[in-house]
Design a protein around this ligand. Structure first.
Ligand code: AMP
Ligand code: MN
Ligand code: MN
Ligand code: MN
Length: 278
């Protein structure tokens, strides 16, 4: 069986390792087919592809686009697109814009909550000045000894109702799916178990996702519990969506799931890679 991992991050977004280091780790962990899916950014793809080629693992282009749908932030993974596509590149650039201003507001809130200098503190962890994320703030809050780990931070800070949360309008569902499709790629709903969607809202969301040309959904992801593997396997079957598998790895010792270290997709599902001639 192929070990396929189609979701992870480098320091081009909020991961801790450079793309080539992520590639080396993927190979060490036995990954055969790999996509680097940085948030709203494809600047790491050239390095990822070259490193994967040198290491003898198969690489497909990837990205994880932040969208706002019904006042919620949702992530859409794009796979196997042409990264030179101009509409996609412009769309991602516009999605990234505004992160610095948001980060300064987050820092101002944290200062009021007794955590000064968080903007500068977060920046120490940033590999790409265009992509300051909540993860970088989380690392600084841990460094200060205020929280024990990332999960602890995201219970007490940076989420709605807690210090350091600044609402943000990301791309639309239609735009994100259209950019990916327009560049020849496949759009996949990332970690569906993480959203606050009841059965009815999920139904509305997935119908709209399919209407714009979305085709896949993550079933086996580091963000799902074993119960959710089964739950979203049923969702994939019910909606006729291709199933994906990805660790959502960010950093050694920080992410619960290592690259490539996930159960296989249930045999009853059609993998997103079913027609990739691997
Ligand atoms: P941002 O794009 O700046 O809103 O940051 C989102 C990132 O924060 C996600 O991609 C995750 O890496 C991280 N994150 C959000 N919620 C959690 C959580 N509950 N536990 C761990 N990491 C989280
Ligand atoms: Mn992230
Ligand atoms: Mn995500
Ligand atoms: Mn991710």
């Amino acid at each position: 069986m192929l070990n396929v991992d189609l979701h992870c991050h480098s320091n081009v977004s909020d991961g801790a390792l450079a793309p080539a280091q992520v590639a080396a780790l993927a190979q060490a962990k036995g990954v055969d087919v790999w996509a680097l899916t940085d948030h709203d950014e494809i600047g790491g793809i050239a390095e990822a592809r070259e490193a994967a080629g040198d290491l003898g693992i198969r690489h497909v282009t990837g990205v994880e686009i932040s969208i706002t749908w019904a006042a919620q932030t949702i992530h859409i993974v794009g796979l196997r697109f042409d990264e030179t596509n101009e509409d996609l590149r412009r769309g991602l650039a516009s999605t990234r814009s505004g992160r610095e201003r948001r980060a300064r507001e987050m820092a101002a809130q944290l200062a009021e909550a007794g955590i000064p200098d968080a903007f500068e503190g977060a920046l120490k962890y940033v590999g790409n000045p265009d992509l300051i994320s909540r993860t970088h703030f989380a690392r600084y809050i841990i460094e200060r000894g205020i929280c024990a780990d990332v999960a602890d931070v995201f219970r007490n800070f940076l989420i709605e109702g807690k210090p350091g949360f600044v609402p943000h309008r990301w791309a639309t569902l239609k735009d994100a799916v259209s950019w990916i499709r327009g560049a020849g790629g496949i759009a996949v709903v990332a970690h569906p178990g993480r959203y606050d969607l009841d059965e009815l809202s999920l139904d509305v969301f997935l119908r709209e996702f399919k209407r714009w040309g979305g085709a896949g959904i993550e079933v086996i992801t580091g963000s799902h519990t074993p119960d959710e593997y089964g739950e979203y396997a049923s969702v994939a079957r019910k909606y006729g969506l291709l199933a994906s598998r990805g660790s959502d790895f960010h950093a050694p010792g920080e992410s619960q799931v290592e690259l490539g270290s996930l159960p296989a997709l249930p045999a009853s599902l059609v993998p997103v890679w079913h027609d990739w001639n691997l």
